[in-house]
Design a protein around this ligand. Structure first.
Ligand code: F6R
Length: 609
């Protein structure tokens, strides 16, 4: 949430900052701005609206200078107006700051600073930081930032520049991600790697309570608390810049849907052991004995990752016979959860920085559970704080609606299940069958993607409707939830996901020919029951779109439209059945002229509670 980019070096800062902002726009797109230092002058330009508006605003004007910071905002405190856009400046207009996070004690700080004569021009919590820095500034920016942050409670990733300490960016982090890019005589500060990947692959991830000073000649990292130098490891980003580009697709979401044959393959690659019918997962940091003695698993996550967790529950109980509970992270952290000995907490997060998920993981660990993170973003908070984990290796997910992360999360959960199942009740033969099914998935996904035009045709038929019901049973119930979530978040259509049999306990009252029912009706143990549920819908003149297994001709007697997917093991069906639903949501949103990659009110990485 909120994107930050900073640049100091020998080139003109403005184009680098604007280009970096475009790559961070998925983090928020309410308002945008930049501040550039040039000699003794600080130029600050900001607008309400997207980066394109900022570019229009700058167009034709010269913004010279080789040191600057920029920001794209997702509003928390104060509406998305120009005044509330970042960067914020101090009373003298000589210090500028960009901030991602939430300052919890901002009301107290603002009150105190106002009494001391500081004049505020925005409703944001962030603005207190720049006035606090102004208060301590005596010509050395890092010293002022360090002193100011001693008073701050909350989360922040910040970038600060000052004309009276020129050629310098100071960054600091507590709870909101910041990465430093190391170039040749130039340095970058950013919320996320895609913003700087065009310029460098050498990065340093700042940790909480760390501060960095960047000039064109070098960098220094230290602790915020006592300014002690910290030595950081320079890491090399392995994925190339294309993976953060649209590569000719109309939207990131479509590109990411299409990547799934590869990303699922990457999630499996090198992690199965054919002869033993089991999985090999390097980063778990759990001994075989600890895995074997796990008595209970708690899975916690939010949104789409939560839906993947529900499928994990199904798999772990079915194959490994371990009792599992899945909880929304936002609920888990505020309950008084019972964590017994032998509890393993699996935390799922694409971004690895979702505030509720991080807090839930900390709570579980505080109570004695070991935490395993399933994350996509390498070096993210959850990945680093967990006791162990598995990266899904899906590459950057830029589309705000999560797609490829979901399928890879399910695959990684199946690998964890395979590993734990083989230590318990699962036979070698069953393990080998599972591996074969996993290895077949990428090819099967490709087959589905090759029929995307069929989903597009169906989307045209249904795109005018304003309410949808999604039904599924067993491991396809979470897919119904996920299909409904995709539709509502990008096309603003009301959609509900329900366990198919639960429909008759209430939602059936909604069924008319105006409320399409999307059902996942694959050939599995629940098939006959789902057919019964469909008859109930049909009897009420409901229109049905079914996702069915290839070769099933009976389904045509029940459903008006059918989309076929290849057969696989029941527990792996979600990896295939979700793809037509992702495509359906995508095409309907495009047909309704919605902004697919930047749906209203949303942002990737929800770093607020
Ligand atoms: C939906 C979506 C969100 C995220 C949720 C958790 O398409 O993207 O529901 O799944 O905000 O995010 P992560 O997985 O980053 O913790």
């Amino acid at each position: 949430m909120c994107g930050i980019i900073g640049y100091v070096g020998g080139s003109s800062a403005e184009p680098i900052l604007v280009e970096g902002l475009r790559r961070l726009e998925y983090r928020g797109y309410d308002s945008a701005g930049l501040a550039i230092c040039n000699g003794g002058v600080l130029t600050c330009t900001k607008v309400a609206g997207k980066i394109a508006r900022l570019e229009e605003e700058i167009d034709g004007r010269e913004l010279p200078g080789q040191c600057g910071i920029a920001h794209t905002r997702w509003a928390t405190h104060g509406p998305p107006t120009q005044d509330n856009a970042h960067p914020h400046t101090d009373c003298s207009g000589k210090i500028a700051l960009v901030h991602n996070g939430i300052i919890e004690n901002y009301a107290y700080l603002k009150d105190t600073l106002e009494k001391e004569g500081h004049v505020f021009t925005s409703e944001t919590d962030s603005e207190v930081l720049v006035h606090l820095i102004e208060k301590y500034f005596k010509g050395n920016l890092e010293s002022a930032v360090q002193q100011a942050l001693q008073w701050v409670t909350g989360t922040y990733g910040i970038g600060v520049v000052a004309v009276d300490d020129p050629g310098k960016i100071v960054g600091a982090r507590n709870g909101s991600p910041l990465v430093v890019g190391i170039g040749n005589g130039e340095y970058f500060l950013a919320s996320d790697v895609p913003a700087i990947l065009r310029h460098t692959r050498q990065v340093i991830y700042l940790d909480d309570q760390e501060l960095v000073v960047l000039t064109k000649d070098g960098l220094r990292t230290s602790t915020i608390a006592d300014n002690e130098a910290v030595t950081k490891i320079v890491q090399e980003i392995s994925w190339d810049v294309d993976r953060a580009e649209k590569e000719g697709y109309a939207h990131f979401m479509l590109k990411e849907i299409y990547e799934q044959a590869r990303t699922v393959s990457d999630a499996i690659s090198g992690r199965t052991v054919q002869d033993d019918g089991t999985a090999r997962l390097g980063g778990l940091n759990l001994t075989d004995e600890q895995l074997r003695s796990t008595k209970r698993v708690i899975i916690t996550a939010c949104g789409t990752s939560f839906h993947a967790g529900l499928i994990g529950e199904y798999m772990l109980e079915e194959w490994a016979r371990i009792p599992v509970e899945v909880e929304y992270a936002s609920e888990f952290r505020y309950r008084n959860p019972v964590i017994e000995d032998g509890t393993l907490c699996i935390v799922i997060s694409q971004s690895g920085e979702t505030a509720d998920t991080l807090a839930a993981m900390r709570e579980a660990r505080r109570r004695g559970a070991r935490a395993l993170g399933i994350c996509n973003v390498v070096g993210s908070m959850i990945a680093r704080e967990a006791d162990g984990g598995v990266y899904i290796h899906a590459g950057p997910e830029i589309g705000v609606a999560s797609t490829k992360a979901f399928t890879s999360q399910v695959v990684v959960l199946s690998l964890i299940t395979l590993l734990m199942g083989r230590m318990r009740h699962m036979s070698v033969a069953d393990g080998q069958r599972t591996i074969a099914a996993l290895r077949a998935l990428p090819g099967q996904i490709q087959t589905i993607l090759e029929q995307a035009d069929e989903i597009k045709r169906i989307a045209k038929i249904y795109c005018e409707h304003d309410n949808f019901l999604y039904l599924g049973r067993g491991c396809n119930y979470p897919v119904a939830l996920e299909g409904a979530l995709k539709l509502k978040e990008i096309s603003y259509i009301h959609a509900e996901g329900y366990p198919a049999a639960e429909m008759k306990h209430g939602p059936i009252a909604l069924i008319t020919k105006h409320m399409p029912v999307v059902v996942i009706a694959t050939k599995d143990s629940a098939y006959e029951k789902v057919m019964g549920n469909l008859s109930e819908v049909k009897a009420r003149r409901g229109r049905i779109l079914a996702i069915a297994t290839e070769g099933d001709s009976e389904i045509k007697n029940h459903a008006e439209h059918v989309f076929y997917i290849p057969p696989t093991l029941q527990a792996l069906t979600p990896v295939l059945s979700v793809i037509p639903l992702q495509l359906l949501a995508y095409y309907i949103a495009v047909m309704r002229e919605c902004n697919v990659d930047q749906p209203r009110n949303l942002a990737k990485s929800v770093t607020v509670e």
